[in-house]
Design a protein around this ligand. Structure first.
Ligand code: FRU
Length: 323
């Protein structure tokens, strides 16, 4: 049985001791199982989310919250960086000075977050990097799906659907983030050897309004577009809205990534998207691994989450696993 009062006291004491000594005793990353924490110890986890503007990120936070609720010994502090790298860098530093026991970060951009994360990790705070990777190896573990694989599967699907030839618009995710780079590289690999031509490409920074205005430019410049490949479902939907406003949405197909039930899957159901590729949030897994780390267990450096894809044909059966 957990003792919340004792746990709270312990947390308060820990903060007091930290304030006095300037350091709170915390398990080192990749610590051995013999150092396991006492059963009634409470842990504070700092979670830095890069923004909460998209449904996918709201879902990630609620997945974390739902899993953390099952573990009363965990307290999660959520912070929202509002799509600003400097705010997110500060989050990590604030968590360090607060003396949290573990940090989860879903970084906006790779390079600028690498330093603050490395400092926290080297200072003895375990860090789980979630969904968007950073550079190097100075963090405890990375959890996320394989974006090259997803991009490549999208490319192969598009190649088959267009019978190997066609004019495609690629609306890219933020290209200073690794998922944007990987979804682009994977896609290019997937269409290799075909007569598919990428006639227009733009960085819409994962945002629906940007995708919509980029697509307006593409529509103005190109009288013939067969398909739009967007790096996420909000991007694909933005493109669809632009095409619809131009009365051309029936002339082309739309492909997206994320596959949330309330977003991408619903678009597929409504016939707006032809296919969406699931990008799991990893929120539940992050909490489960956080607990393992806090209990002193050794964890893998990288956990790759599986992904599915959803079309109108396979939606009812729960989609299909990517090869
Ligand atoms: C949300 C989001 C998702 C995308 C993920 C990539 O901010 O853009 O749509 O799949 O981030 O990290």
């Amino acid at each position: 049985m957990k003792k919340p009062i004792t746990g709270l006291l312990c947390a308060v004491l820990c903060v007091l001791v930290a304030a006095t000594l300037g350091a709170c005793s915390k398990p080192a990353p990749d610590q051995a199982a013999s150092d396991a924490a006492p059963a009634d110890q409470t842990f504070t986890v700092g979670m830095s989310q890069c923004n909460l503007g998209e449904p996918w990120r709201v879902q990630m936070n609620s997945d974390i919250e739902a899993e953390a609720k099952k573990h009363p010994e965990l307290r999660v502090i959520f912070k929202d960086a509002q799509n600003q790298t400097t705010i997110q860098q500060n989050h990590v530093r604030e968590f360090v000075s607060q003396g949290v026991d573990l940090i989860i970060v879903s970084p906006l951009e790779a390079a600028p977050l690498t330093g603050p994360i490395a400092e926290a990790y080297k200072g003895g705070i375990p860090v789980i990097v979630l969904d968007r990777a950073v550079l190097g190896e100075d963090f405890t573990m990375f959890i996320g799906a394989d974006n090259v694989r997803i991009g490549e599967a999208a490319g192969r699907w598009i190649k088959n659907r267009l019978n190997g030839a066609g004019k495609v618009v690629e609306l890219k995710g933020l290209m200073t983030s690794i998922p944007g780079q990987d979804r682009n590289a994977g896609f290019r690999k997937g269409i290799e050897g075909s007569a598919i031509e990428v006639i227009f490409e733009a960085d819409m920074r994962w945002l629906q309004p940007n995708a919509q205005s980029e697509m307006e430019s593409a529509l103005t410049r190109f009288p013939e577009i067969d398909l739009v490949y967007a790096h996420n479902d909000p991007g694909a939907y933005g493109a669809y809205l632009a095409a619809k406003a131009a009365g051309r949405e029936q002339q082309m197909l739309f492909v997206g990534i994320d596959g949330l039930p309330q977003e991408g899957m619903a678009y597929v159901e409504q016939g707006i998207l032809s296919v969406t590729f699931e990008y799991p949030t990893g929120g539940r897994e992050a909490v489960q691994y956080a607990l393992s780390i806090l209990q002193g267990e050794t964890v893998s450096k990288k956990v790759v989450l599986p992904s599915r894809f959803y079309t109108k044909e396979n939606l009812a059966q729960g989609g299909e696993l990517l090869e």
